[in-house]
Ligand binder design. Structure first.
Ligand SMILES: Cc1cc2nc3c(=O)[nH]c(=O)nc-3n(C[C@H](O)[C@H](O)[C@H](O)COP(=O)(O)O)c2cc1C
Length: 414
């Protein structure tokens, strides 16, 4: 069930150097670029069933078609903002295999008739930005990027550093920020549409999504489609952190049991037992052990469990975890990171954060449980982006499974 080399070549030493990676078939597909038509590449991605790895799981091929059909100058933007707590897979790709990402960008740009690509990297990734810039410079020197490339397709790639705002991972806020404006999400069109960068049609894809493209083109769409369990095709860089003995990133086919993953690749729980798991970055909410034990890592299983696969970054909590403190920790983050554009999000995250303080300082009453629930309701479905609905999901999941712990913090006068 464990696979390597689909989205990153982790086992090669010094794999972020172009000379090393060229000795290991680096840029193999780019060297053969002119053997493919752009349409062939798009079709392979469509047939592979590849889904976006940035959290939403949208079909990559369908998104590519939207850009392919759009008129005008086209841009490719790679989302390397990766600010979701519990998620560090893109960082691993950038550190270990930046040239695979660049190769994926070249293939994507060629397929979609774009000559300009950007990578938007989160501000806190200072070391990773250096690694990536070095890799980009090397790719220019070797003629994989630039005006006169060895593969005869002109492509320029620019690395742009964010300033440390979680919301700039949301694709439209990212593009606002890349345009030099404040990173506020945009209103979404009612029909499927590409994104727009300075009014030009643009594709925004996650780092891992694009790093998977060379493998799909090299091995064929059926190779990728046959991994996993339909309709969750392929593999993913699942991450595990929290109370486990071996936190890290391990690539698996979809369909692996969550518990097996935690017990084998994650080295098992640190402590007596698993109490709960946040399934795919904090925004996906929490599920208790009774559900964890039967879950397979697929989009469908997690949806059925009322959660989602998200970024694949699991956070394991053992029996010693106070769920009130855990939710407070998450809400402090959300309160801090709400961009403030929409009132339900700006005020809702403030009130929930403040209400959770009352549970921890002993001043909460039963009414505060209702305040948490009503704020969650107010935040759901009434904002420009899905930041606030994700916060609702998190609050609801903690209250659904662990309300007793919140009630136990309420002091009753006798
Ligand atoms: C609040 C918020 C934060 C997000 N942060 C990220 C992020 O850090 N990286 C990412 O790739 N996608 C992030 N997304 C999802 C992006 O909006 C977008 O769907 C994704 O980059 C598309 O790429 P994909 O189709 O390859 O997954 C975020 C979404 C929201 C609502």
């Amino acid at each position: 069930m464990l696979f390597k080399n689909v989205s990153a070549r982790f086992e090669i030493e010094n794999s972020n150097s172009i000379d090393v990676i060229l000795e290991h078939n680096g840029y193999e597909m780019v060297k053969k670029l002119q053997e493919f038509t752009p349409e062939q590449i798009i079709q392979e991605v469509e047939k592979s069933g590849l889904r976006g790895k940035g959290g939403g799981g949208a079909l990559a091929g369908a998104k590519w078609r939207l850009l392919e059909k759009a008129k005008g100058k086209k841009y490719i933007v790679i989302n390397a903002d990766e600010s979701e707590p519990g998620t560090f897979k893109d960082r691993s790709i950038i550190e270990k295999d930046p040239h695979l990402l660049i190769e994926g960008i070249i293939l994507t740009a060629y397929a979609l008739n774009s000559n300009d690509a950007f990578i938007y990297i989160r501000g806190e990734y200072q070391e990773q930005a250096k690694i990536l810039q070095k890799a980009i410079d090397e790719a220019y020197e070797k003629g994989f990027l630039g005006d006169e490339t060895i593969h005869k397709y002109n492509i320029h790639l620019t690395l742009h550093r964010g300033a440390g705002a979680y919301i700039c991972g949301e694709k439209s806020a990212l593009l606002e920020s890349l345009e030099g404006k404040r990173g506020h999400p945009r209103l979404k069109p009612h029909t499927p549409s590409p994104e727009y960068f300075f009014n030009n049609p643009t594709l925004v894809n996650n780092v891992e999504t694009i790093a998977t493209i060379p493998s799909i083109i090299k091995n064929g769409s059926s190779f990728y489609k046959n991994l996993g369990v339909e309709p969750s095709c392929g593999s993913m860089l699942f991450g595990v952190s929290g109370h486990v003995n071996k936190p890290g990133i391990y690539e698996c086919e979809f369909g692996v049991s969550m518990l097996d993953y935690i017990n084998t690749l994650g080295g098992g729980v640190k402590g007596e037992s698993i109490k709960a798991v946040i399934t795919g970055g904090v925004s996906t909410g929490v599920i208790p052990f009774e559900i964890v034990k039967d879950i397979k890592l697929t989009y469908e299983d997690l949806r059925k469990a009322g959660s989602s696969l998200g970024t694949g970054g699991m956070i394991v909590m053992n029996e010693s975890t106070c769920m009130v403190k855990a939710l407070k920790n998450i809400l402090s983050f959300y309160h801090d990171e709400s961009c403030g554009q929409c009132t339900p999000c700006r005020e809702g995250t403030f009130w929930v954060d403040a209400t959770l303080d009352k549970f921890l300082d002993g001043s909460a009453t039963l009414e505060d449980i209702e305040i948490l629930k009503s704020n969650s309701k107010i935040m759901n479905g009434k904002t420009v982006c899905v930041f606030a609905p994700s916060v609702s999901t998190v609050i609801d999941s903690f209250l659904k499974y662990f309300q007793d712990e919140f009630i136990a913090k309420i002091k009753v006068d006798v």
